[in-house]
Design a protein around this ligand. Sequence first.
Ligand SMILES: Cc1cc2nc3c(=O)[nH]c(=O)nc-3n(C[C@H](O)[C@H](O)[C@H](O)COP(=O)(O)OP(=O)(O)OC[C@H]3O[C@@H](n4cnc5c(N)ncnc54)[C@H](O)[C@@H]3O)c2cc1C
Length: 384
Amino acid sequence: MAGNTAPEPAFFDVAIVGAGMAGASLAFELAPHLRVLLLEQETQAGYHTTGRSAALFSEIYGNAAIRALSRASREFLQSPAAGFCDQPLLTPRGSLFFAAEQQLDRLHALHDEVGPRSPRLQWLAHPALLARLPALRADSVAAGVFEPDACDIDVHALHQGYLRGARRHGAQICCDAMLTAAEQTAGRWSLQTRAGNFSAGLLVNAAGPWADGVAGIAGAAALGLTPLRRTAMVFEDKTEWASEHWPLAVDIDEQFYFKPDASRLLASPADETPSPACDAQADEYDIALLIDRLETTTLLSPRRISGRWAGLRTFAPDRTPVLGFDAARPGLFWLAGQGGYGIQTAPALAQLAASQILRRSIPPAIADQGLDAQTLSPGRFASA
Ligand SMILES: Cc1cc2nc3c(=O)[nH]c(=O)nc-3n(C[C@H](O)[C@H](O)[C@H](O)COP(=O)(O)OP(=O)(O)OC[C@H]3O[C@@H](n4cnc5c(N)ncnc54)[C@H](O)[C@@H]3O)c2cc1C
């Protein structure tokens, strides 16, 4: 009978799955050009890894591709467009990699590798290291590499700026809208979500720890992305001499790190425990390990722990993000595997993803850093 047919689902040029930093930043870049739908399974965008980071921007952290993406992101973070947010996104912090005597070869290797691109990098011999960070135990460290230009990132302001900007350009942001089924016919996706059905020309997988699962929903092969749990805590220190001006300090083998966080300290045992995609929780063992490492290598002595949490940093097998069209499933685009760097690299990753989706050439600021599309392409796993 006429009149009983279900209404056609709303059509979007692009449906992005996941409203963490990856999905939000891409929605921001695409919304001025395309009809964009951003789907988030939680009632609140940013609930998972994006809301649980240490909020650091460092150009010497991660592998060569990550460092190039970070350098290419600095301009956006330092000078976002007018109206993007009301406060600075970056605040000077500095980062300090330190080493014990037996780790010095690794510290030298880092210095040699990143030095040429970071002329302001400083090698700190023992006295200079202790002067920079008096919390280190003199007998457990030998030297350090100091990056003066590392910054704290206002993650909330960045994420909200992206979401606000996307919305301003007409993007529809649907929370409580888990994607449960996706079928592609004649170049169009029919999408079922907990918030209703939609139709889209392109499906973007920005689902963080769930990215391999979302690929399965879309009929594509998993890429072997692994969520690794990382724990953090905020604490007050018994010694009460912690300074807001200390840099983020991390040992060269990334066994733990700490940095000031308002009037307290934030620290992590830098754990990487494989985990299923889930609402990750801090494990007491990892907190105990962290306290032990802090007390062994520093003069700090945690008194009151005022917050503890964990999040999932999701890595591809080569620890480089995955960005590009699926090799075998036309209409599916990957923006995943950002690991522990998805905040500081978000601007460059989103600009690069948007350039591919809009069929434009690679943005010069990214090409200038020596990055090419193949390095990040999901097809690199197929050819391997
Ligand atoms: C302790 C810790 C410290 C870190 N420190 C830093 C740092 O200092 N600097 C830095 O740059 N990075 C850091 N990171 C890493 C950074 O937080 C991540 O790389 C980044 O947040 C990843 O963003 P994302 O959008 O890919 O993932 P997420 O924020 O996890 O977003 C993915 C979203 O997809 C949604 N989703 C999944 N499946 C579906 C579905 N079927 N339907 C709808 N929605 C779905 C999820 O609900 C989720 O909100 C840290 C991470 C941790 C845990």
